[in-house]
Design a protein around this ligand. Structure first.
Ligand code: NDP
Length: 260
């Protein structure tokens, strides 16, 4: 973990589940980011209270680390653009090192019951959302890469991490007999392809792009064996080790490559 020296990080879906866990663990790092932008779609809502209380302990003008709660609905391009403008202003000429596209939804339908509307809704959140958020924050990521003393690809320099799922791996038949979740699987397969495209397109700008499967995690969406703390702890370890060879791959929470 000592290798992870991120000055600024932004994550979506930061108010609960894995996103909230990531914020907590970032704040506990020996070298925490100076700026954490914890984005969620309803910062004033009931479900953002724990995040708000965490952020209030790390105020905007805090000496070491600040945690700002920002408003981003990943299906709303205007909210994404507005957040990018606020973050740009807040960073005062510095870049953004790490963007984590974490927000996601699942619909528990089968091959026979999945509808057109459901396919569109899940795709809008899980695939189009990460595309638009990455586009909006690209100038800040490029700036971070250009300003870095290192020429190697890494999360400390500039990176996009898409939180994906083994359920989106075409090579794996992961849990098909138990859960079909076709819209979710298709959206994550497309997110995996987006990650590959981003890695090819953004390598020249010094930005590492990888997809990460967090494991099966006990959240509103997922179930055991992993707790949020276990998954996030291990994912941060993975972040600290990502390099050129990992860009454009799908990895699990232990850093093992998952076949597409
Ligand atoms: P949760 O359901 O606990 O949390 C989902 C988060 O996404 C919430 O913060 C939610 O916000 C946010 N979100 C949903 N839609 C939007 C939107 N339109 N705009 C902004 N935020 C949104 O899920 P997890 O924490 O378990 O999942 C996080 C990521 O990990 C997802 O991408 C998921 O696919 C992936 N994953 C999870 C696994 C698991 O076992 N838990 C397994 C594999 C992958 P709100 O409170 O406003 O709804």
């Amino acid at each position: 973990m000592a290798g992870l020296r991120v000055r600024s990080a932004l994550l979506t879906g930061a108010n609960r589940g894995i996103g909230l866990g990531l914020v907590k663990h970032f704040l506990q790092l020996p070298n925490p980011p100076e700026r954490i932008f914890a984005a969620c779609r309803d910062p004033k809502g009931e479900r953002a209270q724990e995040l708000q209380s965490l952020a209030s302990k790390h105020p905007r003008n805090g000496a070491l680390t600040s945690c700002c709660v920002d408003s981003v609905d990943v299906t709303d391009p205007a909210s994404i653009q507005a957040a990018a403008a606020r973050v740009t202003e807040h960073l005062k000429g510095s870049g953004l090192n790490l963007l984590i596209n974490n927000a996601g939804i699942v619909k528990w339908n089968s091959l026979d019951t999945t509808t057109r509307e459901e396919m569109s809704e899940v795709y809008a959140t899980n695939t189009i959302g990460p595309l638009l958020v990455s586009q909006a924050f690209l100038p800040l990521l490029k700036k971070a890469a250009q300003g870095s003393p290192s020429s190697e690809l890494s999360c400390s320099r500039a990176a996009i991490i898409n939180i994906s799922s083994i359920g989106g791996s075409i090579a794996s038949e992961s849990s098909w007999d138990m859960i079909q979740i076709v819209s979710y699987r298709c959206s994550k397969a497309a997110l995996n392809m987006l990650t590959k495209c981003q890695s090819l397109g953004y390598r020249q700008h010094g930005i590492l792009c990888a997809a990460l499967h967090p494991g099966w995690v006990q959240t509103d969406m997922g179930s055991p064996p992993l707790t949020v703390d276990m998954s996030v702890q291990m994912m941060l370890e993975v972040f600290s080790k990502l390099s050129e060879k990992d860009s454009g791959t799908l990895l699990d929470w232990e850093g093992k490559v998952i076949p597409w």
